[in-house]
Write a protein that binds this ligand. Structure first.
Ligand SMILES: [Zn+2]
Length: 110
C-alpha cells in the first residue's frame, strides 16, 4: 500500500511504495531543530514532485530538502548517487500511515 504526504502548502508532494515500519527520531543537531521524524527508503521506492530547496552541512553526505514556499522539510537524498538510501519526513504523512510504525531515537543519521 503506497503512502502519500506533502508539505504544509502542498507545493511538494511525495509518495512511498509502502508504509514505514521503523521511524527515526534523529537526535543530531540539525534534525532536532527541524523536528523531523525520518523513514528510510531506497530512492527507487519514493517519488517526489514540486519545487524544493536544499541544505547540506558538515561533510555534506546528505542533502536535506524543504519546500521553497512553506519551508517544511520533506525528504533527504544522498549526495552520492550510488548510495541506495533516502528518507521522507513522516511528520508529513497522514496519521493512519504511521500508526503501526515504531519510533526510535538515534544519536545521528542512520
Ligand atoms: Zn510547501
Amino acid at each position: 500500500m503506497t503512502v502519500s504526504g506533502s508539505c504544509h502548502c502542498g507545493a511538494v508532494q511525495f509518495e512511498a511504495a509502502y508504509a514505514p515500519t521503523d521511524i527515526n527520531d534523529c537526535q543530531c543537531s540539525h534534525c532536532q531543530k527541524r523536528g523531523v521524524l525520518w523513514a528510510y527508503y531506497s530512492p527507487r521506492d519514493v517519488s517526489v514532485t514540486g519545487s524544493f530547496s536544499t541544505y547540506s552541512w558538515g561533510v555534506k553526505r546528505t542533502r536535506f530538502h524543504f519546500c521553497t514556499v512553506c519551508g517544511c522539510t520533506t525528504h533527504w537524498t544522498a549526495a552520492d548517487p550510488k548510495r541506495d538510501r533516502m528518507a521522507i519526513n513522516t511528520r508529513l504523512l497522514p496519521p493512519e500511515a504511521v500508526a503501526a510504525a515504531v519510533v526510535r531515537q538515534s544519536p545521528g543519521p542512520r
